[in-house]
Each structure stands twice: as C-alpha cells, then as structure tokens.
Design a protein around this ligand. Structure first.
Ligand code: SF4
Ligand code: SF4
Length: 438
C-alpha cells in the first residue's frame, strides 16, 4: 500500500497542532522532512517522553518516509536540554539520512516558520506553505504513530499527553483517544477547584476546556491546570471586542509589540502595533487593510510580554483573522523576505516566558505512568482534525473491538476514526461513544 494510503487508513493527523491530516502533507517536491520535537511551550514533556522511551518507533516512521518518497534527508529538531537528557548531540546521525538539530530553549522555537529557518536556513515566504521550500514538518508523535502503523499495522487510537501545571505529581500518560478529561483527572487523583482553569494544550497556545465535558482527542498534547489568576489564564479570557476597546483608550503606539513579534523579526510584514491602530481608527475596517493578520502564529508575546498597557494585540488580530476567514482572504506574496538583523538578540528563553505567564513554578519534570486504559467510557469526536468530519460506519448497540474502524473519511480532506476500547457503540451527534465491555 502506498505510504499516503497507509497514513490515511491509520487515521493519522498532526499530533501537535490543529490536526491537519498527515497524508495530505506528503506532496511531490519535498526534499527534507523536519520532525518537530521542540516542545517550546512550558510544562510540556510529551514529545520528550516519546523520544526517550520509543525512539525506535520514531525512527521507523521517519525511515518509512525516506524509503517511500523522494525525501532523502530528515532532521529531528529538539531543544538543547532535551538532547542533553537523551545524550544526543547536534548533527548526530541517528540512522541513514536522519540527523539531530539542536535548537535553543527559546519561545516560540516550535513555530513552523521559525523551526524551518533554524533547521535549514530556508525562510518560507509570508502566507506560503513549507512545501514551497521543499519541506514537510511532522510532530514527533506523528512519526511515532507512522512507525507503529508500518511495524505493527496499528491505527491511531492511543494518545500520549502531559498532565501538569498546578498539580502535586505532573505525569505523562498514554490513554485511549476519547478518554474523558474528568475520568483522566480522577484516575490521577487531581481535583480542579473554581480557582483553576483547565487547558487542552500548553499554557500559551492551549485552549480553555470544561473538564466535565471535554475528551482527549488525537491533537491533545497536554491537559494543563493553571491558576485562573495567572497571566496565562487571563490572556485566554480576553476577547477581540474587549481588546479593541482597551486598545482604543490605552495604546500609546510605542511599537514594542511589533519589535518583539517573532514573525515580524523573521521579516514578515506583520506589525501588531498597526493592527491595534486600525482597531482604534475604524470599527468597520476593510478586510484588505488587515490581511497581514493571517501571518500571526498566535504566540501571545505581544500581549503577555511586550505590552505594558494591558492591551492584547493578539486578541485584536484574532478578531481580524475571523473576519478574513469569513471573506476567504489570506496574505500571499511572490517575494522572499529576510530576517531582521535584531532578531538574534530578541530571543526569549523558555524559562523567561514561563515566568512571564506566571507558571514557571509548576515546571517539574513529570513521571511517565505508562498506559492508563481502565476507563468505562470513551467519546471519540468525529471532527478533531482539519477538513470534513469523519462519517460513522457503526450503529447504536453494535459491539466493536479496539483498533476497528468506526468512521470512514469523508470526501476531500478527512480521516477515519478507530475504536480505542472494546465496547458498545452509542452514536451521539458529533461523537461516537463507546462503553467499555471487558
Ligand atoms: S505594545 Fe501596547 S501600547 Fe505599545 S504599540 Fe503595542 S499595543 Fe500599543
Ligand atoms: S501573537 Fe503577537 S507576537 Fe505572536 S505572532 Fe501574533 S502578532 Fe506577533
């Protein structure tokens, strides 16, 4: 079976981001595969744990790409402290064609554009995809999943994640996709009170979830519990309307948000202070005036570190992004850009970033607790990926075995879903519920 077909059959999606179907990234014209193991968000140790325990599956996945495509070079990108723990060195050859690249422990080192530039010296044009520079980027867990598919024929139904933050014993665990967050927290004896906020993902890019209704998806990298009064949690509660009205009254146009913006420093024509100025000038702004908003990677440096006036350029930009998406508008250019000279001395160490977010004291290396699978129920979402929702192929009351397909990929961009436990099916709108039978 062709590699693309194999990835699609396994239901593989980007394990560390928005859930882009992995098979769809395998395009002609790529000469380099980057494996993003940078984990630049504080408190996250998921990729680190996979690399330290399951390197052979990670390498099998990378080798499958090298052997079945025209890609002949793969670079495993990890931070220097991860490399030290794993006894890996910069440039080390892990297998034929696969080398290690050490990155500084900085934020946001894992941003795709930044990662590609640091690892290869190629700078993706603003608004373009990595493939235009001959690059494909996969997360560590994505190639690990491919390794398991190639060697064991296993589909994606388990998820590795960090459970950390303001908890007594941070952990990394492997759980069935669809595990309810409340069940997971209960099994780890973690109680969440009203003074805390629960995130799916890291403290910078993760989103607030309700632990009573959320479940683990194929893109869940972490469940992080942080004080609601921390900078990290506060930033997530700012909405575009509130941000725009605050900008109107408080922005002094100092340009600090632009000076520190990592995409601006890479030479991208993104200037958050101008986005804020636009918010000040016109509520019914014409979309083309703010089209560079689509170049923002959402790192949050402008709101949490740069601005001393309590303004969130990121939230203002998020408002513009929604407007542009509605109008199907995206920044594109035929011109290359160059990183700005000042970029090298505006690097933000991850430790400093964690302190800024008010969560540095929770950064303890977690223990790996292995596979936790003794949950009575899983709820598998039909749409936790980019593209069309998967289409159920099972019916109410049907019993399924773990690994069995329960939903096929829809036409176009989509992936199938597989049962993550043995059990009985209940169809419930946007998800498939499986009640475990032993
Ligand atoms: S840093 Fe704050 S005050 Fe300065 S330009 Fe940006 S939004 Fe305005
Ligand atoms: S969130 Fe702010 S700092 Fe980060 S890329 Fe967007 S505009 Fe730049």
């Amino acid at each position: 079976m062709e590699l693309k077909e194999l990835m699609k059959e396994a239901g593989m999606v980007g394990a560390g981001g928005a859930g882009f179907p992995s098979y769809a990234k395998l395009s002609e014209g790529a000469d380099t595969l980057l494996i993003n193991g940078s984990e630049c968000e504080p408190l996250l140790y998921t990729d680190y744990t996979i690399l330290s325990r399951e390197m052979s599956f990670v390498l099998s996945g990378i080798e499958a790409v090298i052997q079945n495509t025209n890609i002949k070079r793969a670079i495993l990108c990890i931070k220097d402290h991860t490399a030290k723990s794993l006894s890996l060195s910069d440039g080390e050859e892990l297998s034929f064609g696969i080398r290690v690249k050490l990155l500084k422990s900085s934020y946001p080192a894992g941003d795709e554009v930044s990662l590609i530039y640091e690892a290869t010296g190629r700078l993706v044009r603003p608004g373009a995809l990595p493939i235009t520079k001959g690059i494909i980027v996969y997360n560590v867990e994505t190639v690990y999943n491919l390794g398991r598919k190639v060697r064991l024929g296993e589909n994606v139904y388990m998820k590795w994640l960090t459970v950390g933050g303001d908890v007594d014993h941070p952990a990394v665990v492997t759980v069935p996709v669809g595990t309810r967050v409340r069940d997971l927290l209960y099994s780890l004896s973690i109680k969440v009170d009203e003074r805390h906020t629960v995130l799916d993902g890291g403290p910078s890019m993760g989103k607030i979830i309700n632990p009573d209704t959320a479940s683990v998806t194929k893109t869940t990298k972490a469940i992080i519990i942080i004080p609601s009064a921390s900078r990290a949690a506060e930033a997530k509660r700012i909405n575009p309307t509130l941000a725009a009205s605050r900008a109107e009254t408080a922005c002094c146009q100092c340009t600090r948000c632009t000076d520190m913006c990592p995409r601006h420093l890479l030479g991208y024509p993104l200037e958050p202070h101008k986005m804020v100025r636009t918010a000040m000038q016109a509520a019914d702004v014409l979309p083309h005036l703010v089209i560079s908003a689509t170049l923002c990677c959402g790192c949050g440096i402008c709101e949490s570190l740069a601005c001393s006036q309590g303004i969130s350029p990121k939230a203002v930009i998020n408002g513009y992004k929604a407007l542009l998406s509605k109008n199907k508008m995206k920044y594109t250019t035929n011109s290359d850009v160059e990183p700005r000279a000042e970029r090298s001395y505006r690097v933000i160490p991850t430790k400093k970033w964690a302190e800024t977010l008010g969560i540095a004291r929770f950064d303890k290396k977690p223990e790996y607790l292995g596979i936790l699978s003794d949950f009575k129920r899983v709820e598998i979402p039909l749409r936790a990926h980019i593209g069309a929702p998967s289409i159920p192929t099972v019916s109410d009351g049907q019993t399924v075995r773990r690994g069995e397909m329960v939903a096929i990929a829809a036409d176009g961009l989509s992936v199938p879903q597989h049962a993550s436990v043995d059990g009985k099916i209940t169809l419930s709108g946007d998800r498939i519920i499986i009640d475990r039978i032993d």
